[in-house]
Design a protein around this ligand. Structure first.
Ligand code: M6R
Length: 619
């Protein structure tokens, strides 16, 4: 995920912003850059790859440079390369911008600005901001003073849809840094005769622990001795500074003990970002990155989903959802098996490959096999510059940002969100007559999608109860996770989360299979999590759970809010109601929290569990 730092004061601005940028390296990035104001110009230095590549290009004499903004970019629009690295400039070269987030209407704005004569030097959405501010300056004609530049930026932001943390420096107001925030984090560090900006608190902690957390809709003007915060209309706002007391290690994780829990907290944002720019205000889904015509979509008679681990579990949900909506055969395969199974593929098959890293060796091998056999490949992937993203025929990016904990959490929710969007898009544009999706159903799915982020937030507020339950559950030596249909998909992922970080044996079974063998293992000390979120099969689920209860297993049920608690349950977790197909997304949040707290109770190495790697690049 991109990182921003900035400085204004009497210190060495370049050195300080680069030092602070290094403290954001953990977020992941593929290029870096800095803009600084010297006596008569705004200069920019950028480099692909690591910050050390950028450092090699920086001027050796940095005396007298007291203003700088810097950026690490994690590519979303355009390849990771020097031209697409931030900062970006306007046509005059007098203004530089760094930005985190996504400008949803950038294509339209870019077209309008090009028509007005602006020249673009990159493929990014961010560069649009630089030219838009330049355009506003030209319209207003008073950008030679701080207030004029501030007005131009505020006016420009009124034309922008999307999310942003933004920092701007301008030669027209050389002793100032301008910043704005909407749905992308940005903080101000307050110093003595100097001020800092950053995407995250750890970046500034070496210099100050006195920080202001900007809120959505805040605009700020920083000079060495002042910070003025307004809304986008210029009305003054008051934001109280906050004293950071965390130690350095905790700060990198946003004050959390582990990356895994930080990433669980990022679930709502991840879903929002994956929907952003795709689920439009009028309820239509647009997937501009997919280059297929309506005829091409129709020509895919079969869909095969292929992935590993958590991504495979997302695929299990995808299979049911696609079949439910499209009424076409959809397969789901573990990539390591797919490759060696001589899969039946042809040019009428669409192979959907799902991967967080985009570097999983088995998934890449599956892609090559599919391409070799003439199938079309579509990657649902989180890392833009990854091999999968580069080599698949089409790419639908998930917007989870970098995931650092080995146990995948937010990436799973992003993968599900992308699959829901794809399934609904395909069903809505289905001309074969197979799809059963009515107009009303489509819109009810769309409304349900919009509610998901707030519903996840509501689940996260219950964390204390999951951590209490975890203390009880940590005493068990074995877990079974049971469910039917969509709930079986949840069982697979929940069991994986528990086993990989707590090292307790955990297995998922279709609930009806228990009495065909595994029931023999149930005894006191075995915990059985039963997902009961699918009204059609709930009665049967409860019967299966009663069979477990009779063998003295501990039963934890996951039900929908408002549904009756099964009387066989020792513990019950309820999650907000959504569409049946979307329940796996909501059900997984308490399961992630539970696995995390069980592992914590047992003192396990949570972010880097034994024997596991984040990216499995060997077969
Ligand atoms: O990067 P990918 O999504 O391709 O990775 C696939 C699996 O290796 C990954 O999901 C793994 O199972 C995680 N440790 C699960 O938490």
């Amino acid at each position: 995920m991109c990182g921003i730092t900035g400085y204004i004061g009497s210190g060495s601005a370049i050195e300080i912003t680069i030092n602070n940028l290094k403290r954001l390296e953990y977020r992941g990035y593929d290029s870096a850059g800095v803009a600084y104001s010297s006596t008569d110009a705004v200069s920019i230095v950028r480099a692909p790859g690591k910050i050390k590549n950028l450092e090699a290009l920086l001027p050796t004499s940095v005396e007298g440079i007291g203003v700088a903004i810097a950026h690490t970019r994690w590519a979303t629009h355009g390849r990771p390369c020097e031209e697409n690295a931030h900062p970006h400039r306007d046509c005059t070269g007098q203004l530089a911008v760094v930005h985190n987030g996504i400008i949803e209407n950038y294509a339209e704005l870019r077209r309008e600005l090009i028509a007005k004569g602006h020249e673009f030097a990159s493929e990014t959405d961010t560069e649009t901001l630089a030219h838009l501010i330049e355009e506003m300056c030209a319209l207003e004609g008073d950008c030679d003073k701080t207030e004029g530049v501030a007005n131009a930026i505020r006016k420009a932001l009124h034309h922008v849809k999307g999310s942003y943390a933004l920092a701007v420096i301008s030669q027209d107001s050389p002793d100032t840094v301008f910043v704005a925030r909407k749905e992308s984090p940005l903080i101000i560090g307050l110093g003595e005769g100097e001020n800092f900006i950053a995407s995250d608190i750890p970046a500034v902690m070496r210099y100050t622990r006195n920080v202001v957390l900007l809120e959505d809709g805040d605009f700020a003007i920083l000079t060495p001795n002042s910070v003025t915060i307004t809304d986008f209309e210029g009305n003054p706002l008051e934001r109280k500074p906050f004293l950071v007391t965390w130690d350095d290690a905790a700060a990198e994780k946003g004050g959390n003990a582990h990356f895994m829990i930080k990433e669980i907290y990022e679930n709502p944002r991840t879903v929002r970002e994956t929907l952003r720019g795709r689920l439009m205000d009028d309820g239509e889904i647009v997937l501009p990155s997919l280059p297929f015509s309506a005829e091409q979509w129709q020509a895919f008679r079969r869909i095969s989903i292929v992935a590993c681990g958590t991504a495979y579990h997302a695929g299990v949900v995808g299979k049911s959802f696609f079949e439910q909506l499209l009424r076409r055969p959809v397969e789901v395969n573990v990539a390591s098996e797919f490759r060696y199974s001589d899969p039946i593929l042809d040019k009428e098959t669409l192979v959907v490959l799902i991967s967080q890293s985009g570097e999983t060796a088995d998934t890449l091998a599956a892609m090559r096999e599919a391409q070799h056999k003439g199938a079309t490949t579509l990657a649902i992937v989180n890392v833009v510059g990854s091999t999968l993203a580069r080599d698949a025929d089409a790419v639908l990016l998930t917007q989870a940002g970098p995931e650092i904990g080995v146990a995948s959490t937010k990436a799973y929710l992003a993968q599900l969100t992308a699959l829901y969007l794809l399934g609904l898009y395909l069903a809505r544009h289905d001309a074969s007559g197979n799809s059963r999706l009515t107009e009303a159903e489509y819109h009810s799915y769309v409304s349900a999608l919009r509610e998901l982020p707030a519903q996840i937030e509501a689940i996260i507020t219950q964390e204390a109860s999951y951590s209490q339950l975890a203390e009880e559950l940590a005493k068990h030596h074995c877990f079974f996770y049971l469910g039917r249909r969509y709930d079986f998909a949840s069982s697979l992922e929940a069991a994986l989360k528990m086993k990989e970080i707590s090292y307790i044996h955990a297995e998922a079974y279709p609930a009806g299979e228990m009495k065909h063998g595994p029931l023999a293992l149930v005894e006191p000390g075995v915990a059985v999590v039963g997902f009961c979120t699918q009204p059609d099969t709930n009665e049967k689920m409860v019967s299966n759970l009663k069979e477990v209860k009779a063998r003295e297993g501990t039963i934890i049920t996951v039900i929908r809010e408002g549904d009756e608690t099964p009387d066989c349950a020792d513990y019950t977790l309820s999650v907000p109601i959504t569409k049946e197909a979307f329940m796996p997304l909501l059900s997984m949040v308490p399961m992630q929290l539970l696995a995390y707290h069980v592992a914590r109770t047992l003192g396990c190495e949570i972010d880097q569990p034994r024997n596991l790697a984040k990216s499995v690049t060997v077969e």
